[in-house]
Design a protein around this ligand. Structure first.
Ligand code: ADP
Ligand code: MG
Ligand code: MG
Length: 886
């Protein structure tokens, strides 16, 4: 079995096997770019190792063979005392997980080869000892779990002894001393000496990279990003090149376009005389990439040339890691770069303009989650607040919240429902939980490519990085800025677009994208790259999609907004709100009615009110279909809660008041109490038990439709019966409704459809029968999930879903994204058997899932006619329906 691939053997399409980093290193190698030679150990080797706890048979020999070839090509041997080959051992999974897993640089250095390295570097002792101390530090921390702070303390101590804060002021003797200290730290924690055998270093480092796949922070990150847990990581062994050889060396990162805005230009950070992580960690202040032109023009020009080539080759924004060793440029990594939601749309539009991709492909380059992010509010333009600091706009958005200084506190306060801003000097992977909980992230160090910036962008979370005016004191939980002290719990506002930081709560406004959807911004006449790109891509999605998109709306105002957002009808108009407010009293009378006459009176009083509601909604939808669901919740939901009523009655009795009415109400509430209301007297069951209730609603709907025709407005009502489990239920309701409809419609030009929700599993399984009595089905996937899984939606999510997610029983709550295998199967069966019984049966979905990107793709695949979702999700559903169709 082949477990090891030379860079020349791979290519960018082998990400499953070689990981993203390995596949792209291979691709660059084959494009003729200057990549240090090396090889990749496959994800299969990793999976085999993780499954059995030991390296699979043959792996060691294959590594030895590839290492020998590498040594021969380089003319150096790993760890040779006179002229050592050094390598890096780098993790690299299929999906990029920035900073999540481990990398060890300078493998092959030991007490003897460090001398040879210095000799080979023209006697540069400082460089050699710096490289050695880095190896012990990285190896100790990542391979042997030595606490990283101990090395950092020792480094700080060495700098203090020198009276400096800059690593570069440490000379060779200082660093040699530091190596001694590091070795002591190493042996104290591991009970052994730092390994001197280069091959042992290599093997242990490879093993550590394998194991880093299951590190806690990597597990959390994968869950957050919905990356499958079983992919494993590849390991790249790469000949070292050195950016820490002096001022004519350095290391940097670059983007081919601005990953925040999408604008074209030169974006990146460069750090002279540095190695590896120094740039990303925000340890020293980097310079903007443009400065490299001044520092080393030939290397700069060469880099720009490669960047242009990579972008044309990948047809997308690329990010790049490079190192310059004494004026010679080396490419160490590239990948299709992460970007903000805004940049994703803008870049997709640009690439279409540049002829690199077509509009179908542009649809693949964006997604509904990104669009949803762009609909978040932003700060008002003339809010009058003065910024107290300006950092780097690392991940856009407007975030307001209470300041916290530790990840744990962020989790705690967010758990209490507070909005928090996590403030750190710089973040590291241990801050991940806090970052997930926070509304925004604010750091005083690091650029657009710092850990905080990269991770926040990936999460779509607002981030300002490198606000160096902030003097942050983590132990005291406070920072000072502009002469003011901000302590934990104070409110700040951060603008991830401009990088500005404000004290207090800055008012926010709707985003441009929402204004565009509202029809307040005309994409043709304004100069806004984002709005233009969104318009163009949305238009293509609309032209491409097969699924129609409707909205869930109960009021004319919601309906009108949803139409502006592109809804093509109402898929769910709930009628229960029409029983609330002033009307509660009428409902109480209905419930307490002692005889048919009293009941009919209260229904008659409700009729005109409902009719008026429907007229308003039908007018707002102006001829588009409106699915009205007959009353669904148990009637006692419209009565006061039992305990409160009992207390009220007791108190009133005490005061000697007349409580006859309240006592009757209390008796009714007691009578109607259900142990399991969600499975009780609700939906169609109410219609069958309470005479006249559904009839009144059917009459109100039909009369409203007739009234609209009279007013010159078309309407297409669809009456939907909830909670049906058997065709007999539906037939009973239907025959009564048909009589009323026929009577009300008379000769006017009105058509009223009658259909049902499919939300009880039995309905899905007998859909062929039910379709005989239904002109349409609407999948109520919330209840279908609740009843299909037996999960009480109101109870389980908070109670134990975390454990289910942790155990990987599901990757996401089935209430959020449709469980395709189980609940989705019910949908599929019902769709197929329903259509077989009644060709042309209209099929839609009105559960929360109608606005969830993955679920929309599923509903497209199953062949539904439409999805329906809340007004704000309508653009997301339009986009995803378009994406599902290309
Ligand atoms: P990550 O996936 O976290 O970015 P990398 O494997 O890319 O980790 O390595 C971390 C840093 O080490 C990068 O900045 C990279 O440039 C540097 N590095 C990795 N391999 C080498 C090498 N062979 N020579 C010089 N620098 C290297
Ligand atoms: Mg990297
Ligand atoms: Mg329901």
């Amino acid at each position: 079995h082949k477990y090891v691939y030379d860079f020349a053997e791979g290519n960018k399409d082998l990400k499953d096997l070689l990981g993203g980093k390995g596949a792209n290193l291979a691709e660059m190698t084959n494009l003729g770019l200057p990549v240090p030679p090396g090889f990749t150990i496959t994800t299969e080797a990793c999976k085999a190792y993780l499954a059995s706890g030991e390296e699979p048979a043959g792996l060691a020999d294959q590594i030895a063979a590839h290492l020998a070839a590498l040594e021969q090509g380089m003319g150096r041997r790993l760890g040779d005392p006179d002229d050592p080959l050094l390598v890096s051992v780098r993790s690299g999974a299929k999906f990029s997980m920035p900073g999540m897993m481990e990398t060890v640089l300078n493998v092959g250095l030991n007490d003897r080869s460090v001398v040879g390295l210095a000799a080979q570097a023209s006697g540069n002792q400082r460089f050699a000892w710096d490289s050695y101390r880095r190896l012990i530090q990285m190896f100790g921390k990542t391979v042997c779990e030595v606490p990283g702070e101990e090395f950092e303390h020792a480094l700080d101590e060495a700098k203090r002894a020198r009276g400096t804060t800059n690593d570069l002021d440490l000379d060779a003797d200082d660093l040699r001393g530091l190596v001694d200290t590091y070795k002591k730290i190493f042996s104290k924690h591991t009970g052994r000496e730092f390994p001197q055998d280069p091959r042992e270093q290599l093997d242990l480092a490879i093993r550590a990279v394998f194991e880093s796949w299951n590190a806690e922070r990597a597990v959390i990150y994968r869950r957050q990003e919905r990356i499958p847990a079983d992919l494993g990581t590849a390991v790249n062994v790469v000949a070292m090149v050195f950016g820490n050889l002096g001022p004519d060396s350095g290391t940097g990162v670059a983007f081919t376009r601005d990953p925040a805005s999408g604008a074209q230009g030169i974006y990146g950070d460069y750090l002279a005389n540095a190695q590896g992580e120094d740039v990303v960690a925000g340890i020293r202040n980097t310079v903007p990439l443009q400065e490299l032109e001044r520092i080393d023009k030939p290397a700069y020009d060469e880099l720009l040339d490669y960047m242009a080539r990579l972008e044309r080759h990948y047809k997308d924004l690329c990010d790049i890691e490079f190192t310059i060793e004494r004026g010679k440029l080396w490419m160490l990594q590239t990948r299709v770069g992460k970007r903000t939601a805004a940049a994703a749309f803008v870049i997709a539009g640009q690439l279409v303009d540049e002829g690199l991709i077509d509009l179908d492909e542009a649809l693949h380059r964006v997604n509904g989650a990104q669009l949803a992010q762009l609909m978040f509010p932003r700060f008002q333009l003339d809010h009058g607040f003065e910024p107290v600091a300006t950092g780097i706009g690392a991940s856009p958005g407007a975030a307001v919240g209470k300041v916290v200084f530790t990840s744990a506190r962020a989790v705690e306060l967010a758990g209490q429902g507070e909005d928090v801003i996590l403030v750190r000097r710089e973040t590291n992977p241990d801050d991940l939980n806090g970052m997930i909980s926070a509304r925004g992230i604010l750091t005083s160090r690091g650029g657009k490519t710092s850990h905080a910036a990269v991770v926040a962008r990936g999460m779509g979370k607002t981030c300002v990085s490198g606000a160096d005016e902030l003097d942050i004191d983590i132990p005291r939980r406070r920072f000072t800025v502009a002469g003011q002290t901000v302590t934990e719990g104070d409110v700040v506002s951060i603008d991830g677009t401009t990088g500005k930081v404000y004290l207090g709560e800055v008012p926010a406004t709707p985003s441009e994208v929402v204004q565009y959807f509202e029809g307040e911004l005309d994409p043709a006449s304004i100069d806004d790259a984002l709005v233009k790109a969104v318009h163009r891509i949305m238009s293509h999605a609309d032209a491409t999609r097969r699924l129609a998109v409707r909205t869930n709306a109960d009021t004319a105002a919601d309906a009108a907004r949803a139409r502006r957002f592109g809804a093509e009808g109402i898929g769910l108009c709930r009628t229960e709100h029409m029983f609330l407010g002033d009307r509660r009293e009428l409902v109480e009378r209905l419930i307490l009615a002692r005889d048919a006459k009293e009941r009919e009176e209260s229904l008659a009083a409700l009729l005109p009110l409902q009719r008026a509601d429907f007229v308003e909604i039908f007018r707002a939808m102006d001829g588009q279909p409106v699915t009205v669901r007959l009353i669904d919740p148990p009637l006692h939901e419209f009565l006061p809660p039992l305990e409160q009523l009992a207390v009220d009655v007791a108190v009133a009795q005490e005061r000697g008041e007349d409580v006859a009415k309240e006592e009757a109400l209390l008796a009714a509430v007691r009578r109607m109490h259900e142990e399991n209301p969600m499975l009780g007297l609700r939906g169609v069951r109410l219609g069958l038990v309470i005479p006249g209730l559904f009839a009144m609603q059917v009459r109100a709907i039909t009369e409203a439709a007739v009234e609209c025709v009279r007013q010159g407005v078309r309407s297409c009502p669809e009456i939907m019966v909830p909670l049906v489990g058997a065709v007999q239920e539906l037939e009973t309701v239907r025959s009564e409704a048909e009589k009323i409809i026929a009577e009300v419609v008379g000769g006017s030009d009105v058509e009223v459809l009658i259909g049902t929700m499919i939300e009880v599993p039995r309905a899905a399984l007998t859909a062929g029968q039910i379709a005989e009595a239904a002109e349409f089905f609407s999948f109520g996937t919330n209840d279908l999930t609740q009843m299909g899984w037996g999960f009480s939606r109101d109870d389980v999510e908070g109670a134990f879903f975390w454990r289910y997610l942790e155990l990987g029983i599901f990757g996401i709550s089935p209430f959020e994204s449709i469980d395709a295998d189980g609940i989705g199967r019910l949908v599929r069966i019902a769709a197929e058997e329903g259509r077989a019984a009644r060709p042309g049966l209209k099929l839609g979905v009105c559960g929360e899932h109608g606005g969830d990107p993955d679920s929309v793709h599923f509903f497209h695949a199953v062949g539904l006619d439409y999805v329906s979702c809340s007004p704000f999700r309508v653009p997301v559903a339009r986009l995803e329906a378009g994406r599902a169709a290309v």
